[in-house]
Design a protein around this ligand. Structure first.
Ligand code: ADP
Ligand code: MG
Length: 718
């Protein structure tokens, strides 16, 4: 069996010869449109193409003036690429013939595969097996095809050919792809390559990232995906590619929602949305939330690139839009640059008295092009300024066209990014065309310019970050395996507090001393031994949330109270959960003070173990103020998880709160990250709460629970 070769996929983008299997003479049929698109290529404006094109159709002698072949096997010359547009039931036979002909690359445009019911699913499986066995790389099925502007290739049924540029687009959706091409032509946005990979039976996101990483024609990669087959592989490749060029993605569609029952806080808060967000963050992928944003960001990267820092000037001829932009800056985490006194002096010499010389710089509504651009020139020369957002609204004496020309010249000469929002319709059309032609991206509203600029700024910061080294803590893996084996031996997958704390101890966690009391007298004795006051908790593998049934008492003062508490807890437990397996009551060291946080983990079908952090307690599921990362991760990501939650300031010691031991939380996050990575049979884990003391005091896991997989699968995986 031949495994798919990781070639450069060159035959898909620069084939010397292409066969169109299913070429049709009937206009309106896909087989006609694809052939016509191939013949037309980049159109009349481009130099004539030397590519050999072979229509294949047993029922025609000639299509579009080209000699037609009954099968690919009848073509005498070698064929680099087959474009398959026959009906689905005929695809497998055609692919067999392609294999026999020695064709190594095929685009299967035909629909009727896994998107269309059980029969299609089976057909797709066969297509995959055949392609693998024959060593044919396949794009599709159920796709629009491929366009490569550099080689003038249009192997698709897209009705228009986009202009040349440095953005490469991959799309899982074909319909979206046609819409994007159409729109890009209108807005004069250029592409290098364009791949609609449809069902992605073979070539998919990861392959395309790999080949575009080193593609000299591509400087920005954009992708529209609905799902990813292999999360960890994607993360590894995306991280590598993102270090060379920006990768911007829209992830839409819902993945298989957690159909399994979740019993932990973490499990109920962690969805595939959280997993994607974390995975993108950790691999440097820039996430866009709509197709609009995808291209807002793409042109900012393609035309201007990232600023050196977050200090931005807002330049405007109108107050309102200036304020909108300023608000957006703050929301996006950018800052208004403080203008250098020398620049203020220069502005004073150039602008009327009533102007605003401080950021946002308002050149007033009666500004002509000369005034506007003299201000732009001054701020671009300011050492405190790292980017400019230039706003213009059409007013009585505004000169949009001249302003655009001057601004474009200044932007080209400067190494600082300039993003524009020339607001308006017809009055601004020509000006916007001038800006775009000169690679100054223009956005219909200031907020969108600011968002795009912020995306580029974040990307630069990500590039500059040193790698997040994942530490290896020394842990007792065998001890954990033994605990899991014991539970499974008893037919249990839920580990209660005492067992879970044993597991955590093997990974270096501090846990309170606790002992199991089976009788009231024993509880009193254990209390004496540990030292009053103590905490007492009901112990049962069937009781997950102990407080809910009155199964926790904090601050048991003496032997008498210990005895009473024992009796009371057992009584309540028997009443509320008559069938519960009651083991007794644990007597536990009382941990004083500190903040309660939650650390949890659950398993994502796409990306594997996810780790969650948040402030603990009963509100966690209501407030959803939590952050996620895909494990394993290092201290940099752990620290970001803590900083990311909205209530993080409470941990730094805001509003009279005492500061918490952040280093200890980081240590605990890393330990959980390693624990769930080393034990893939952990399905869910909650440490709630972890009590965190003041800096240097450490953190104690006073409650924990773990759910494990029932048993190992036959293939050795969990
Ligand atoms: P539950 O199963 O209800 O979550 P916990 O063990 O988390 O039970 O206990 C409930 C609360 O009691 C905790 O959130 C914490 O505030 C407090 N608590 C539990 N154990 C201790 C302890 N050892 N020291 C101090 N407080 C504790
Ligand atoms: Mg708890």
């Amino acid at each position: 069996m031949v495994t798919p070769h990781t070639n450069s996929l060159a035959h898909f983008f620069t084939p010397s010869s292409v066969a169109v299997v299913g070429a049709s003479a009937k206009p309106g049929k896909v087989g006609y449109r694809v052939l016509e698109a191939l013949v037309r290529g980049a159109g009349e404006s481009a130099p004539p193409c030397q590519r050999r094109i072979y229509p294949v159709n047993p029922h025609a002698a000639e299509v579009l003036g080209l000699r037609c072949y009954p099968t690919v096997l009848a073509i005498e010359e070698p064929v680099d690429l087959a474009v398959v547009v026959v009906p689905a039931p005929a695809v497998l036979e055609v692919m067999q013939q392609c294999g026999a002909k020695g064709i190594d690359s095929a685009i299967v445009i035909s629909a009727g595969f896994k998107e269309s019911g059980p029969e299609g699913v089976e057909r797709e499986r066969q297509l995959a097996a055949l392609a693998r066995a024959r060593g044919i790389r396949v794009v599709g099925p159920n796709c629009l095809g491929i366009i490569a502007t550099g080689s003038g290739l249009n192997a698709s049924f897209a009705p228009v050919f986009p202009s040349r540029g440095n953005i490469a687009l991959m799309s899982q959706s074909g319909a979206l792809a046609t819409a994007v091409i159409d729109w890009s032509v209108q807005h004069n946005i250029g592409f290098s390559k364009f791949v609609s990979f449809g069902n992605g039976v073979d070539v998919g996101v990861v392959d395309l990232l790999r080949v575009w990483e080193d593609d000299p024609e591509t400087s920005v990669i954009v992708a529209y995906v609905e799902g990813l087959p292999d999360g960890p592989e994607f993360m590894e490749v995306a991280r590598q590619v993102s270090h060379k060029k920006p990768v911007i993605m829209v992830k839409s569609g819902s993945t298989q929602a957690g159909a399994r029952a979740v019993s932990s806080h973490t499990g109920s808060l962690a969805g595939s949305e959280q997993a994607y967000t974390a995975a993108f963050l950790q691999s440097g992928v820039i996430r866009a939330h709509s197709v609009e944003e995808l291209f807002d960001f793409a042109v900012a990267f393609a035309y201007q690139g990232p600023p050196k820092g977050r200090q931005v000037v807002v330049l405007t001829n109108a107050g309102g839009p200036g304020i909108m932009a300023t608000d957006a800056l703050e929301r996006a985490g950018l800052r208004l640059a403080s203008i250098d006194p020398a620049t203020v002096a220069r502005l004073r010499g150039r602008l009327p008295e009533a102007s605003n010389f401080y950021n946002p710089i308002d050149v007033l509504g009666d500004a002509d092009a000369e005034r506007y651009n003299s201000a732009a020139d001054a701020v671009l020369g300011d050492p405190n300024v790292q980017a400019v957002v230039a706003l213009l609204t059409p007013q009585a004496v505004t000169e949009p066209k001249q302003t655009a020309e001057g601004l474009a010249k200044l932007a080209t000469a400067s190494d600082k990014p300039v993003l524009a929002s020339f607001m308006g319709g017809e009055a601004m059309r020509e000006a916007i065309e001038i800006l775009t032609a000169n690679r100054v991206p223009d956005y219909p509203y200031p907020e969108r310019a600011v968002e795009a600029l912020a995306a580029t700024a974040r990307y630069r910061e990500w590039l500059e970050e040193p790698p997040d080294e994942i530490p290896r803590l020394s842990t007792d893996i065998a001890a954990v395996e033994a605990i899991f084996a014991r539970a499974r031996g008893e037919g249990r997958v839920n580990l209660g507090e005492m067992e879970a704390q044993e597991v955590l101890r093997a990974y270096g966690f501090k846990v309170p001393e606790s002992k199991l009391a089976r009788t009231a007298e024993e509880a009193a004795q254990l209390g004496e031994a540990i030292g009053f006051p103590v905490v007492m908790k009901i112990v049962s593998p069937d009781i997950l949330h102990k407080s809910d049934i009155g199964g926790v008492r904090v601050g048991v003062q003496d032997a008498q109270q210990a005895q009473d508490s024992f009796e009371l807890m057992m009584l309540r437990a028997r009443r509320f959960m008559p069938n519960a397996d009651l083991r007794g009551v644990s007597v536990q060291e009382l941990v004083r003070g500190g903040k309660e946080v939650i650390i949890g983990s659950s398993r994502d079908p796409q990306f594997g173990p996810l780790v969650m952090f948040g402030l603990g307690g009963i509100y966690v599921e209501v407030l959803k103020d939590v952050s996620f990362r895909v494990a394993p991760f290092g201290p940099r990501q752990a620290r970001k998880m803590i900083e990311e939650i909205r209530s993080a300031a409470l941990l730094w010691g805001a509003r009279g709160e005492r500061p918490s031991d952040i280093d200890a939380i980081v240590g605990c996050l890393l330990a959980v990250s390693q624990l769930v990575s080393e034990h893939p049979d952990i399905v869910e884990l909650d440490i709630n709460p972890l009590k965190v003391g003041e800096p240097g005091a450490g953190a104690v896991a006073v409650d924990a629970r773990i759910t494990i997989q029932e048993a190992e699968n036959g293939d050795g995986r969990w």
